[in-house]
Design a protein around this ligand. Sequence first.
Ligand SMILES: Nc1ncnc2c1ncn2[C@@H]1O[C@H](COP(=O)(O)OP(=O)(O)OP(=O)(O)O)[C@@H](O)[C@H]1O
Ligand SMILES: [Mg+2]
Length: 238
Amino acid sequence: MSFIKVIGLTKSYSDTKALDNVSLEIEKGEIFCIMGHSGAGKTTLLRILALLEKPDSGEYYFDGTKVDWNDNLRKSITMIFQIPVMFNTTVFKNVAYGLKIRNYPKNEIRKKVKEVLELVGLQGYENRKAKSLSGGEKQRVAIARAIVLEPKLLLMDEPTANLDPTNSAIIEEIVREIVREKETTIVFSTHNLFQAKRLAHRVAHIYKGKIVEVGDTKEVFENPKNELTKKFINGELF
Ligand SMILES: Nc1ncnc2c1ncn2[C@@H]1O[C@H](COP(=O)(O)OP(=O)(O)OP(=O)(O)O)[C@@H](O)[C@H]1O
Ligand SMILES: [Mg+2]
């Protein structure tokens, strides 16, 4: 079985069907992109994969285990949001927080925090106030804070939507590095076609709550099969 397998996920908010019968498989170590327009259902799908939300119906298998939304898989899954929220303290304490509440010994916390800060290119930032950092730096702290817990699945909801191209490129390189160095699977959402193309191994196009096409990135961009995906790629779908 695939690392992630969801079957027939459906989620409605009053009269809005945010997800409509979504089935998807994601392999271990993949960088997988959910692309689609505003309101297509990207965040809803990521929140369900992150166990932050329960679908109205459907099944979710995580690493061979059927998810029942009450179990303890949460430590294996972390989600990063579009606008990172920093704790009002130093970068070190922001990143160390999750390890501290899990009672890791102090020297191990120092070692792990140092390692992930290097990975996100923020070595030497330990004593800086997190809230005073730039948007791009904050997003890198958010990534460090997530990966220090060594999640098996990292979900990123439009991680570069508020960043300029330079900072977006830095984040994209960090994502590649995480997948190279750690045994992490990454699922990210974007409405940025270029980012999907650059970063993802495979992409799913979600439209009005339905996955209309999924495949290898190159394949989908060069030879889209679905008419809506063709239009989306050509910028003709509004
Ligand atoms: N908590 C909620 N209450 C009511 N409606 C919601 C809620 N969350 C999402 N929706 C609706 O569900 C649909 C899908 O929303 P979702 O946030 O998943 O889209 P999205 O693809 O992430 O969009 P965006 O690109 O703007 O972030 C939208 O019509 C949205 O208005
Ligand atoms: Mg969203």
